[in-house]
Ligand binder design. Structure first.
Ligand SMILES: Cc1cc2nc3c(=O)[nH]c(=O)nc-3n(C[C@H](O)[C@H](O)[C@H](O)COP(=O)(O)OP(=O)(O)OC[C@H]3O[C@@H](n4cnc5c(N)ncnc54)[C@H](O)[C@@H]3O)c2cc1C
Length: 345
């Protein structure tokens, strides 16, 4: 008998389902309904296109800092039940900022990141005002999503592939709580239609680079350059990127690919070492170029509880923008706390 329905099978829907199980909700009482499931690809399904790792991309508001911290400190629980080869592993990271980040961000990161170290060497800083090293979490996003779904199904959670035109369609006769994890879909889903939701487009280039076993990121005022090792992927390296507000296109562009390759090989020149085709950027072995839409929201992620028709409850959990993997477990924890809070709120 379904008591809880999760709308959405992206990383936010899956983390939220996991948190329901952690809160001792019986798996057979949970159904996930989504138009797109792990293994599908669509510009309306962001999660397969993420880099993805834990980085310092997030802002410095207290909620997001907490979501990051919770996720970073609790991902090992998911790694334990899924197994490493499910697509979640750890690699060293270097992050450089053209301008020093806010003190509250540095204070928060330094309080929990494993192997945290402030970079002082001038040549490593390369003109940046601030830089750190730490041990990150890396996701093989498509593989991780598929294995996560498989794990949840094995526990007894039901997955139903269906497009909803209105949120009321998520309620069955025995459903008491719906958790809306519809990502960019929250903008158009009837009964939600949140016009604060907007896309932030990114393009990535996937290359083969077996010798790179690390991440490196550089954050500027008007650019973001990142290199992300993809675990258990036969040596894929994700190169990015772009952060383009209000750009809805899923098309990819040669000019952006060239820009990404130039920026990333400048940031980490050893990408070009052991290049099967020689040491020229144009000889890199490109496996794929892809674009995705980060589900951003003016005012930040929406994690809220609404009372909805005859004692039924609707919880929202969307707007994870560029940080669904690295902050989403914390977002899901908050959403599930709201869901199990009975009628207190
Ligand atoms: C290029 C790029 C790089 C990124 N890198 C990183 C990174 O390194 N680290 C990180 O943490 N994050 C990263 N992100 C961000 C991350 O991918 C997103 O935050 C995350 O995928 C959002 O997940 P979601 O579950 O909210 O949305 P989605 O993955 O889009 O899932 C939404 C779900 O809702 C369903 N849905 C929507 N509307 C309906 C409807 N009407 N009826 C039925 N189902 C519906 C969809 O079918 C889907 O299943 C990156 C994103 C991009 C584009």
């Amino acid at each position: 008998m379904t008591k809880y329905v999760i709308v959405g099978s992206g990383i936010i829907g899956l983390y939220t389902t996991f948190q329901l199980l952690e809160h001792h909700i019986a798996p057979h009482e949970i159904t996930v309904i989504a138009e797109y499931m792990p293994g599908d690809e669509s510009i309306n399904y962001t999660s397969p296109y993420a880099g993805g790792n834990f980085s310092c991309i997030t802002g410095d508001d207290p909620d997001t800092l907490e979501f990051d911290k919770y996720t970073y400190l609790n991902l090992h629980r998911i790694q334990k039940v899924l197994g490493k080869e499910a697509g979640l592993d750890r690699y060293p990271s270097v992050e450089l900022w053209d301008r020093r980040p806010a003190p509250e961000k540095i204070e928060s990161l330094s309080s929990y990141l494993d192997q945290y170290d402030v970079i002082t060497e001038k040549d490593e800083l390369d003109g940046a005002e601030f830089g750190i090293r730490f041990l990150s979490w890396n996701f093989n996003c498509p593989k991780f999503l598929a294995n996560f779904q498989k794990y949840l199904e094995k526990q007894g959670v039901r997955f139903v592939k269906k497009r909803l035109s209105h949120i009321v369609q998520a309620y069955g006769p025995s459903t008491k709580t719906v958790i809306n994890c519809s990502g960019i879909g929250a903008r158009t889903l009837g009964g939600v239609e949140d016009k604060q939701v907007y896309p932030t487009r990114g393009q990535v280039v996937v290359i083969k680079a077996p010798h790179i076993m690390e991440n490196k990121m550089r954050w500027g005022d008007d650019y973001a350059t990142y290199i992300i090792k993809r675990p258990y992927s036969h040596d894929q390296l994700i190169l990015g990127g772009f952060i383009q507000k209000d750009n809805w296109t899923g098309d990819t562009f040669k000019s952006e690919t060239e820009d990404i390759l130039n920026r990333t090989t400048t940031l980490l020149p050893k990408i070009l070492l052991k290049n099967p085709g020689g040491d020229k950027v144009e000889d890199l072995e490109i496996l794929r170029v892809a674009a995705g839409l980060r589900p951003s929201r003016h005012g930040g992620a929406r994690i809220e509880r609404e009372s909805f028709d005859e004692g039924k409850v609707l919880i929202h959990n969307y707007g994870a923008s560029g940080y669904g993997y690295q902050a989403g477990l914390g977002m899901a924890y908050k959403a599930v706390q709201l869901a199990v809070a009975k009628s207190k709120l």
